[in-house]
Design a protein around this ligand. Structure first.
Ligand code: ZN
Length: 421
């Protein structure tokens, strides 16, 4: 995953353009992603697909031709969607187009102006402080054309038409945790589910933030009712603790699943209420859809020093952190894969466990008291209404203990799967 991040890091992504397209094409080397191109001007909900933006070079030079800021060194130097320009401007005029972070004078900030029809540069505050000439030459070789918005989609069919949606944004240039970590973990997760048979159908979206999810939603009205669970992944490569932002509904199966998995990993984490600020969960959870989609993160957007700066770089994301985030994701969806409803074949009284060899099966296990409790809970709650997650919550036991007990009881002929609710 860290290798993929290193490959994608130099590309100048935006909400459209060759950097985004090139990123999705690189992902196609790992998974069979379908690329969709939606033309500029297409109406999507209340929005319109913007012009395609591409950039080739940009710099600020002294009048002697000395380059003081160069896009070739760092693609954060240009405000995203900057118009082309080639002019000599006074420092005073330039100051209205320059973004710095005075509190973090070494770092280059990340700024965009998608709908601003403007131009601008981002630079380290200490560099700007050192620029004391009367005027400078500014040069941006970019273009805004009738092109298209690109997004990537992978559908992995399962036994059930019920869908699990995973959505990651891929519209930030050289920022590693914010965008590339989600891309890498989602790609690895896609490889994982492609390698096995699944109950759920999975749909993984690689999209530019906001306009991408709005575009996808506008084009997929028929799919939306099938989305049973969804996660937006972001900032999953830093070493911060896990944060999960609940869906707008707050008590959906995905909300309860993530809370259960994180609680049972015995590591610090925080469950946050929904708020209409953040990533694409804002679109999936808009009132006209109200989908069961939460947002899974390590350090949330806006809460870490490196956020939206040049310090969100390849050193900030750690292979171990990516690996652990991946394993949590696997745990979450493994739970959902197994979260079915059981029904006792004959629910009258408790079945006689000894006669069926179940006491022997239990006593052989090291935590046999817990296994026995799990079995008693499963046999009691298997009335065709409780899912295994319901049982885990009601009993206070771990989901996997109940799933194991349900397996044991099924093999003994005491349970069968009820029709999905
Ligand atoms: Zn961001």
């Amino acid at each position: 995953m860290h290798k993929l991040i290193r490959q994608l890091y130099p590309l100048c992504r935006s909400i459209t353009g060759e950097g985004l397209r090139g990123t999705l094409k690189e992902i196609q080397n790992h998974i069979p992603l379908t690329l969709h191109e939606v033309p500029t001007g297409t109406r999507v909900l209340d929005w319109e697909v913007p012009k395609e933006w591409n950039i080739h070079a940009a710099r600020i030079e002294t009048l002697n031709g000395e380059i003081v800021v160069d896009f070739a060194d760092c693609n954060l130097h240009v405000v995203g969607y900057s118009n082309p320009i080639d002019r000599i401007v006074t420092r005073d005029e330039l100051s209205a187009h320059v973004h710095t972070i005075p509190d973090q004078p070494e770092l280059v900030p990340y700024r965009t102006g998608y709908y601003a029809e403007n131009w601008g540069f981002c630079l380290a505050h200490k560099v700007w402080d050192g620029m004391q000439d009367w005027s400078y030459r500014v040069y941006i070789d970019s273009n805004l054309t009738q092109g298209s918005l690109t997004y990537g989609e992978l559908v992995v069919p399962g036994q059930s038409p019920e869908e699990a949606l995973i959505s990651v944004h891929c519209c930030h240039p050289s920022l590693a945790n914010d965008n590339l970590s989600g891309i890498a973990v989602a790609t690895e997760f896609a490889r994982y589910i492609l390698g096995r048979a699944n109950r759920l159908t999975y749909r993984i979206l690689f999209i530019p933030a906001t306009i991408g999810s709005i575009t996808w939603l506008a084009r997929n009205e028929a799919v939306i009712p099938r989305i049973a669970h969804g996660l937006v992944l972001s900032c999953v490569g830093d070493t911060g603790t896990y944060h999960y932002k609940r869906s707008r509904r707050g008590d959906t199966v995905i909300d309860r699943t993530v809370a259960h998995i994180l609680a049972n990993r015995n590591s610090p984490h925080e469950i946050m209420p929904f708020s209409p600020y953040g990533y694409d969960e804002r679109q999936y959870c808009s009132p006209g859809y109200d989908l069961p989609v939460g947002c899974f993160m390590r350090s949330p957007n806006g809460t870490f020093q490196e956020y939206h700066t040049s310090a969100d770089n390849l050193d900030f994301v750690k292979p171990d952190a990516l690996g652990d985030s991946f394993s949590v994701l696997v745990d979450i969806f493994n739970l959902l894969e197994q979260n079915v409803v059981y029904l006792r074949t004959d629910g009258r009284g408790e079945p006689q466990l000894g006669r069926r060899g179940l006491y022997r099966a239990i006593s052989g296990q090291k935590d046999h008291a817990a296994v026995q409790m799990a079995l008693l809970w499963v046999l009691n709650l298997a009335d065709g209404r409780y899912s295994l997650l319901d049982m885990a919550e009601r009993s206070g036991l771990a989901f996997e203990q109940l799933a194991a007990a349900a397996n044991l009881a099924s093999q003994a002929g005491l349970l069968r799967r009820a029709e999905p609710r």
